[in-house]
Ligand binder design. Structure first.
Ligand SMILES: [Zn+2]
Length: 295
């Protein structure tokens, strides 16, 4: 059993009561108070593949380590039809901790993309999902299916509209195309995250203007990545935190298998960039993530 309740929960209530008293808030209304505590000291990993093969047999420990580090919610992006079963099993095993998304990853777009999209829509009608992801365009590994990737991305933008869900967007060597397609297919209430964003400040601001948030992960901790300079030009509530586990582990675990508990290293770096406390940064990014995913 996971130790998510009891001691940690009450510690949090007491801590927040004190914090709020100092800030001059009156937590007289119990409901308001509990609503406010929803965000405090909790972190959300907005992009983590902890359901994947790399964690087989260790998933419970991995989730427990996350909770111990304050990461109490983990949003799971899908890859393709082969990963849905593992992802849904993980979401059911860790209910109210793991929140699944559904979508076809750009690197899985092949000749059979029509069938893959059918699978995505089949599941959308069957289970509750918290977003369309991960979707987008990746021209780094292979651009053989470039046209198909564009078509599949467009179709999934339309699924986001149809099912009123946020998007988790993957871009690699494809910012301009993705940006144009998002703009062209804009709809009322469109929102989501440009995950693991490595673009420049102008690009970041242009997607924020379209209603999206910037996903910041382990790369921000790498020496000379330049991501810190881009992030510094944004506002703290323009960003959300992510690991993209098992990939892109932050320093000091660079090159090793990543996991959601390492999100605290990203938090630490991002708080330093903005010059605010880790608690404050946690609260802001958690609030943003809750709003994006409605969790
Ligand atoms: Zn991913």
């Amino acid at each position: 059993m996971l130790k998510i309740t009891s001691a940690q929960f009450y510690q949090k209530i007491i801590y927040n009561y004190i914090t709020f008293s100092f800030k001059g808030y009156k937590a007289s209304n119990r409901k308001t108070f509990l609503h406010l505590t929803k965000y405090f000291n909790m972190l959300i990993d907005t992009h983590s593949h902890i359901y994947s093969e790399e964690f087989i047999g260790e998933r419970e420990e991995v989730v427990q380590r996350s909770i111990d580090n304050g990461i109490e919610k983990i949003v799971l992006p899908n890859i393709d039809s082969s990963t849905i079963k593992m992802m849904l099993e993980t979401s059911k095993q860790f209910e109210n901790i793991c929140f699944p998304m559904i979508g076809l990853h750009p690197t899985s777009v092949k000749e059979d993309f029509e069938e893959e999209l059918e699978v995505v829509e089949y599941w959308l009608n069957k289970e509750k999902f918290y977003g369309i992801g991960e979707v987008g365009i990746d021209l780094y590994w292979d651009d053989t299916f470039r046209k198909e990737q564009e078509l599949v991305f467009t179709r999934q933008l339309k699924l986001a509209q149809k099912y009123n869900l946020p998007l988790s967007i993957h871009i690699r060597e494809s910012f301009d195309i993705v940006y144009e397609l998002v703009k062209k297919n804009r709809f009322d209430g469109m929102k989501g995250i440009f995950h693991c964003f490595t673009g420049n400040t102008a690009q970041a601001k242009s997607v924020i203007d379209l209603g999206f948030k910037i996903g910041v992960g382990g790369i921000v901790t790498f020496k000379n990545s330049g991501i810190d300079k881009m992030v510094a030009q944004l506002k703290p509530d323009d960003i959300v935190l992510e690991t993209d586990a098992p990939y892109l582990a932050p320093t000091p675990f660079r090159g090793k298998r990543n996991e959601s508990s390492y999100l605290v290293y990203v938090l630490s770096k991002v708080s330093a960039i903005f010059g605010i406390s880790e608690n404050e940064m946690a609260d802001l990014t958690t609030k943003t993530a809750c709003t994006v995913f409605d969790i």
